[in-house]
Design a protein around this ligand. Sequence first.
Ligand SMILES: *Cc1c(COP(=O)(O)O)cnc(C)c1O
Length: 367
Amino acid sequence: MKGSDGPERWIRPEIRELAAYHVAESGSYAKLDAMENPYPWPGSLPPALVREWQERLAALELNRYPDPAAPELIRGLRRYMAVPDDAAVLLGNGSDELIQLLLMAVAGEGRSVLAPAPGFSMYAMISRFVGLPCHQVPLRWSDFSLDLDATLDAIERQQPAVVLLAYPNNPTGNLFRERDVERVLEAAPGLVVIDEAYYPFARASFMDRLGRHPDLLILRTLSKLGLAGLRLGMLAGSGDWLGEIDKIRLPYNINALTQATAAFALEHAATLDEQAGRIRRDRDELYRQLARRDALGVWPSAANFLLLRCPPGRAGEIHRALFRSGVLVKNLHGSHPLLDDCLRVTVGTPGENGRFLEVLDHALGGS
Ligand SMILES: *Cc1c(COP(=O)(O)O)cnc(C)c1O
């Protein structure tokens, strides 16, 4: 009989070394670990709109492949996201897929990616999947701003095919200074991708600068706005770049249910916009509450989450206490030296935020 050393022999060593991406079971938890909108969709729509949406879905022909061009959805996205008329757009099964397509398209001998750290974990993971070295330039210690000298230096030395900047950054929540980003745009020899996943909460964007920078691409998603379950991301920028990346996109990557639902949701975006406004206000309130607690450090955030620093050595214990009380947050301790003792909490409903604070206080007081 044939031995079963197949995976050891054939799966690339850098893939075998990886741990599978872990997603926590949520059940009845207050799920404050994944930057989701806490208000249900379609549950937060008026009943008449829910019926209208259901009728739209019922009229689909799911025996057919989805429309690969998705014209109606693209019109809605361009309008909602204020994409300049002369920019092209490419849709992905979440922005994660677009990052994957982009990196697959540039991967090869002598190519690399550059991103600040700590940053969005997918950048380094996907780089690894496609065999690209990912150079990580540490952010400044005090306020997580770009270390411009170190970044320009690394760009000069590494000549990266792609620079990835999350704006605002995850998991630190800050917007990099505009003039720092401009300097990176001027210096980078290849693509610069500005990932605006948290645009609904930051409302700061480089979208209107697409025309000025031919090698700039803007990445957006519906996930953080409130439709994470649909999996829809959008890349906007020059048709010269996007036309090449489009060649490796699988033809039916945006399914028909997602196309119809996203187009419908964008026609009725007021509910989502109101929720984003509420989340921004609740974020600022949660920030004030946390800043008042002497035992904690907390940073201002332009996103729908807050980064906080626990007393030294206590992040794991506090994370467990929250978990035991049904509140899921992300423990970042150990993921990067700048994030020692740090937790990241997504802004939930006022009730969830209150429950988080209550359990946090109990854990802080409890030793
Ligand atoms: C959450 C997040 C994304 C992921 O978006 P999807 O569209 O859900 O794949 C992309 N970029 C950053 C920085 C994020 O935090």
